[in-house]
Design a protein around this ligand. Structure first.
Ligand code: UDP
Ligand code: MG
Length: 315
């Protein structure tokens, strides 16, 4: 079994040499082969020079350098694409994750899981700006997606390669990988891992991340459950609105015809018009989304299902 450790790094020059030494000590103890894949996410400090030195000294260190800063998710995506291992482990470059936890993640994976997520049980980050929002977010994500984890935000995770390589990652979605994996029927679990305070360099995120996480929760829910049937979402709501609008206008029309009442100034009239318009809009959005989804799958030759095994298929 070969392990690929994927590490996005953005301005982490002081951390990288220490991380490499610790990681190597752990990985050398493992039985199989390994590679350490650093993705330099457009660092402006000496990170790349440090990585180049490491790559010169050690052939198992592989480095991808981005032209500019594209973000942690893009760095991870690139790492997944280029990883050659059977198992991919992701971790931060800032020494907040502990390489010593990797063997435990791998052992858990061997029990038959597709993803083992780290849980920073004793997290060393500020409470108000980081730990509290994270607690709330994890609770919501768990409830909404049905994949219950204490710590989506922990980068230290181990994936079976086939699963990790299935993702097309955009935006800030890397933290949702275990939830997104539900679409592929992945078996997900978590184990507590160590966490250390950041010693060198600065955190790249602040409280502003919360809004993006909330928006992403909607997206994950949609991707997991409705990606192959967007018409049911948009069309469903559109249909309700349209029906309500038609009923309202029908009622006003009858009122006008039979009682001759003056309906021109009634708020209900405007509400009805609004509902009809919104309903039609949503219905057509649903149809367009259906077309887009078909293009999405067919252009990539992808199927909306994942087969676990086939028997008697002569392979
Ligand atoms: N990172 C990156 N690109 C970015 C921001 C962060 O590659 O645009 C890396 C960073 O170098 C670190 C990891 O992502 O290895 C996590 O970042 P950070 O430690 O700042 O996040 P925190 O631990 O504070 O949530
Ligand atoms: Mg960190």
């Amino acid at each position: 079994m070969k392990v690929s450790v994927v590490i996005p790094a953005y301005n982490e020059e002081e951390n990288l040499p220490v991380l490499y030494e610790r990681l190597k000590a752990v990985l050398d103890r493992l039985e199989g082969d390994y590679e350490i894949l650093f993705v330099d996410d457009g660092s402006t400090d000496g990170s790349f020079e440090v990585l180049r030195d490491l790559a010169r000294r050690d052939g198992r260190v592989r480095v991808i350098r981005f032209r500019r800063n594209y973000g942690q998710t893009a760095a991870m995506y690139a790492g997944f694409e280029h990883a050659t291992g059977d198992v991919i482990v992701t971790m931060d470059a800032d020494l907040q994750n502990d390489p010593e936890d990797i063997p435990r993640l791998l052992r858990k994976l061997e029990e038959g899981y597709d993803i083992v997520s780290g849980w920073r049980k004793d997290r060393k980050d500020p409470f108000l700006s980081r730990r509290l929002p994270s607690k709330i977010a994890n609770w919501i994500i768990s409830k909404v997606t049905g994949v219950e984890l204490h710590d989506y935000g922990c980068t230290l995770k181990a994936y079976r390669s086939e699963i990790a390589k299935r993702y097309r990652l955009y935006g800030d979605m890397h933290r949702f990988l275990p939830a997104l994996a539900r679409r592929f029927g992945a078996r997900v679990t978590e184990i507590p891992v160590r966490h250390h305070p950041r010693l060198y360099g600065r955190s790249k995120y602040g409280i502003g991340r919360t809004v993006r996480v909330i928006l992403d929760i909607f997206l994950v829910k949609f991707l997991n459950e409705y990606i192959t049937k967007p018409l049911y979402v948009f069309g469903g709501i559109g249909f309700l609105l349209l029906t309500a609008g038609i009923l309202i206008e029908l009622y006003l029309t009858l009122l006008k015809i039979f009682t001759g009442a003056d309906i021109g100034g009634r708020p209900l009239l405007i509400l009805g018009v609004l509902l009809i318009l919104a309903g039609i809009q949503l219905l057509s959005t649903g149809i367009i989304a259906e077309l887009i989804v078909r293009t999405y799958y067919e252009s990539r030759g992808e199927k909306p299902y994942v087969i676990e095994e086939k028997l008697n298929f002569g392979e």
